[in-house]
Design a protein around this ligand. Structure first.
Ligand code: GDP
Length: 266
């Protein structure tokens, strides 16, 4: 289920609840169940869905609500708050400052979109008057150096790197070593939005190896289920800062929690 579909289903669950004559415990529970199903089908991790459901139940207890309260509105607000809570780890990401050197390291599985995304990121900040350069520190994957060089040249961004290719090192160990040596100001975890239920564990594994400070979700233009991405935020406790929405340099959007959830819920 794509994200827009998830939003639609949550909205229709809320609508259904408000259509019943008496909003009692049963009606609320049915609405919560429908929201749970929609979230699970969008690949939000099971544990998160459970937490979200129990929070909703506590917030919208019909027995506690005085007559005349608009229960649908209260439920809607509670769902909005819970989804925002899922996407907002409560601390903003580090952002580059002009006139000060800033090292940003991109990590993620092969094919997640790191090469594409770091070029988009550099392009985005150059348009804001920064002077970015790209450095290839991926000695693990054959071709990484050439691909980044090609992107950087096309975008006219200075490029450095070592083309060394070393099969024996494990990706995580190499990543940890690069992070120790370069001491990045920010480590960005790049994740393909179609990753599904594996997202939570994968994101957590990266977070355990290096201090991930922000997340960029790629391929939001595809038919991906977006829920895995929501789980990644919970796993890394780091904010989403951008969404990748295509293969081209400008297909890159800054991410804001509240407008995103508002749009999601229609
Ligand atoms: P890396 O192995 O992590 O460096 O991943 P790449 O940057 O090479 O990306 C893998 C593939 O995904 C390439 O074909 C990219 O063009 C494509 N890609 C990356 N980001 C996006 C995106 O936001 N949308 C779409 N449609 N494709 C993307």
């Amino acid at each position: 289920m794509v994200l827009a579909e998830l939003g639609g289903r949550i909205s229709s669950a809320l609508q259904k609840m408000s259509n019943v004559t008496v909003i009692d415990q049963k009606a609320v529970q049915e609405c919560i169940n429908e929201i749970n199903r929609a979230l699970l089908q969008s690949d939000v991790s099971f544990k998160l869905v459970q937490t979200l459901a129990s929070n909703l139940k506590k917030t919208v207890n019909p027995d506690d609500l005085a007559a005349g309260h608009n229960k649908r509105k209260i439920m809607q607000q509670a769902v909005f708050n819970e989804l925002c809570g899922l996407l907002d780890p409560g601390k903003p990401s580090y952002t580059p400052k002009k006139g000060k050197q800033c090292v940003v390291m991109f990590v993620g599985l092969q094919g997640s979109g790191k090469t594409t995304t770091c070029t988009k990121y550099a392009h985005y900040y150059r348009k804001k008057g920064f002077k970015p350069s790209l450095v290839c520190a991926d000695t693990f994957r054959a071709g990484a150096f050439d691909q980044l060089k090609q992107n950087a040249t096309k975008a006219n961004i200075p490029f450095f790197g070592s083309g060394r290719h070393k099969q024996e090192a494990s990706l995580f160990e190499e990543m940890r070593q690069v992070s120790e040596v370069t001491k990045p100001d920010l480590i960005i975890f790049v994740m393909d939005s179609s990753i599904g239920q594996a997202a939570f564990d994968q994101a957590q594994a990266f977070k355990q190896s290096v201090p991930v400070g922000a997340v960029i979700i790629t391929k939001m233009d595809g038919h991906a289920k977006g829920g895995g991405a929501l789980s990644a935020v919970a796993a890394t406790k780091s904010p989403v800062i951008f969404l990748g929405t295509g293969e081209h340099m400008d297909e890159f959007e800054p991410f804001d929690v509240k407008p995103f959830v508002s749009r999601l819920l229609g």
